[in-house]
Design a binder for this molecule. Structure first.
Ligand SMILES: Nc1nc2c(ncn2[C@@H]2O[C@H](COP(=O)(O)OP(=O)(O)OP(=O)(O)O)[C@@H](O)[C@H]2O)c(=O)[nH]1
Length: 303
């Protein structure tokens, strides 16, 4: 039976970055991927799809909300029939790891391969139920240590690997849990959802617009974005180029992309007002000429 590894972690902790690292560095290992995006636009699936031959993505919200997991079963069955060495499910940043693990344990035709839990070393305090999720993990990846001067210690029994940009040794995926130990010792009671669902209070806004933004107007939006808006990702089109945008907490980065894609953004946060954010974004459309000087507003965050 094909082992299924669940890759979880809070919004923006670095799951997609880690998954892409694994796909790039695991040599001949045949990896199947299921990406669960939160929000209507498949930004994560887009970021991963260039690296794999075939993948399945779910963009209808959070995988753990699937009532009986039928959809996941079908997807796993499809991948399990494809002669793969391992299947990795990248959970949305708001998925409940316990619910996902339960779905995998109940899925016929595959075996549970463990929970890799990614934590952002800078944003530890933002993670709801951190200790509870850490308790389920087989391997904890403490990511973004390049952004802290002291590596924080985590309250958990599982091994913790401090890394930058998700650069773990892919061999860990297979050695995380020897066949007769680890998560199989979990009881279903451990996996019961003892609290309210993490993302009950989170909203997501999916925004698409063909007209280019004015860099200054959009940077003003980012500077004044509501505190609850923890995560934004996607593509932003300016008259002088399109960029992939990533914001996690206070961190902002833009990466130039080759194609001239329209603006496509997913914004996720607590206590945000989808309608007013959408209006605000629409007001960022450039209504006059944009100069190279204007682009400097964006380029200072480019990498
Ligand atoms: N400085 C730094 N940035 C990182 C590191 N790992 C990831 N990032 C950046 O953090 C942002 C979010 O990374 P993702 O891999 O998209 O995070 P994610 O967990 O998949 O995000 P969601 O799916 O939205 O929950 C991106 O801008 C990454 O480039 C790291 O180790 N150091």
């Amino acid at each position: 039976m094909t082992p299924v590894v669940v890759l979880a972690g809070f919004l923006g902790s670095g799951k997609t970055t880690l998954l892409n690292h694994l796909l790039r560095t695991s040599g001949g290992t045949r990896i199947g991927v299921v990406v669960n995006d939160f929000g209507r636009i498949n930004i994560d699936a887009f970021a991963v799809s260039a690296q794999v031959d075939s993948m399945v993505s779910l963009s209808n919200g959070c995988l753990c909300c699937a009532v009986d997991g039928t959809e996941l079963d079908e997807m796993l069955a499809k991948l399990a029939g494809a002669d793969l060495d391992v299947i990795v499910i990248e959970a949305s940043g708001l998925a409940e790891p316990s619910a996902l693990v339960r779905l995998v344990l109940q899925s016929p035709g595959v075996s549970y391969g463990g929970l890799i839990y990614v934590v952002d070393a800078v944003e530890l305090d933002a993670v709801p139920h951190l200790e509870r999720d850490l308790a389920l993990a087989d391997l904890v990846v403490l990511n973004k240590v390049d952004r802290v001067s002291t590596v924080p210690s985590l309250p958990c029994a599982a091994p913790v690997v401090p890394v930058s940009f998700g650069r773990i040794d892919p061999a860990l995926l297979f050695e995380v849990r020897p066949p007769d130990t680890g998560p199989r010792q979990l009881s279903f009671d451990d996996l019961e959802d003892h609290s309210t669902h993490t993302h009950a209070s989170y909203d997501s806004v999916s925004f698409e617009c063909p007209d280019p933004f004015h860099p200054k107007l959009f940077m003003d939006f980012l500077a004044a974005r509501p505190e609850g808006l923890f995560r934004a990702k996607g593509f932003v089109r300016f008259p002088l180029g399109t960029f992939m945008l990533q914001t996690v907490g206070a961190a902002v980065s833009f990466t130039p992309v080759d194609d001239d894609a329209p603006t496509q953004l997913v914004l996720i946060g607590a206590g945000i007002e989808p309608e007013s954010l959408t209006d605000w974004l629409l007001a960022c459309v450039a209504d006059g000429p944009v100069t190279e000087q204007d682009m400097l507003w964006v380029l200072r965050y480019a990498r």
